[in-house]
Design a protein around this ligand. Structure first.
Ligand SMILES: [Zn+2]
Length: 233
């Protein structure tokens, strides 16, 4: 096998590897999209849980206050039962009226708070349900991505093993040149001549190099775009 053919075989393996790597990289945005959709709901749940918790604290505080003020009313009632004078009775009754008004106000606040909390818990439950549904829905999509990744990984391992073998057929000096150029992110490193010009950048090859190239055995570096050129026989 000629050096050119060995190099072309190697390049074909490298192109296959590159294609698989591109396919693998394309899986990342798909996983990212699934994660983003899920994260949006997870964030909603966290936010809503914090709101519910804060309102529950207010609710507990209000309940304590109502309890406290009811006890005050009971004490006022007891005082009222034990008063001796009219003046004391009037004062105790006024105090009790005041306390009852406060409790009535607090009970009304508690009622609206309870309603608000119910609504907020509804939103929270809705989001929790939505998350469970999305997770179930994503099971298939995630399994598909994982299966594709496994498949590409397997193909990639095989392609890399094949590449290692193909590289053995290329002389060391030529392999080094090729790898150096390839590592600069060029996908196509070895290109055939197009008439008497570089097949990649179309620069005409110098007169003095034409003969050796046209004989079909030499591989030359294009000094303009840096690819390796050969004459396809
Ligand atoms: Zn060129």
């Amino acid at each position: 096998m000629s050096d050119i053919q060995a190099l072309l075989d190697l390049q074909s393996d490298d192109l296959a590897i590159h294609e698989l790597e591109t396919k693998l990289a394309a899986l990342a945005p798909r996983i990212q999209e699934l994660d983003t959709r899920k994260q949006r709901i997870v964030d909603t749940i966290a936010r809503q849980s914090a709101l519910v918790e804060a309102e529950e604290k207010k609710q507990a505080f209000l309940r304590d206050k109502i309890q406290e003020h009811r006890q005050l009313i009971e004490r006022n009632q007891a005082q009222l039962d034990n008063v001796k004078t009219m003046r004391q009775a009037t004062a105790a009754a006024a105090q009790m009226e005041q306390a009852k008004k406060i409790v009535a106000g607090e009970e009304s606040d508690l009622l609206s708070l309870n309603r608000k909390l119910e609504e907020m818990r509804g939103v929270l439950n809705g989001a929790t349900k939505e998350l469970a549904e999305l997770e179930a829905e994503q099971v298939t999509a995630r399994a598909e991505v994982a299966a594709e990744r496994d498949e590409y990984d397997k193909e990639l391992a095989a392609a890399q093993a094949k590449r290692t073998e193909a590289a053995k057929a290329v002389p060391d000096a030529l392999l080094n040149r090729y790898d150096r150029i390839r590592n600069r992110k060029r996908v196509h490193v070895v290109v055939p001549l197009n008439a008497l010009a570089c097949g990649a950048c179309d620069t005409a090859i110098p007169m003095q190099r034409r003969h050796s190239m046209m004989s079909g055995t030499s591989i030359e570096l294009c000094e303009v775009c840096g690819v390796l050129m050969y004459h396809a026989v």
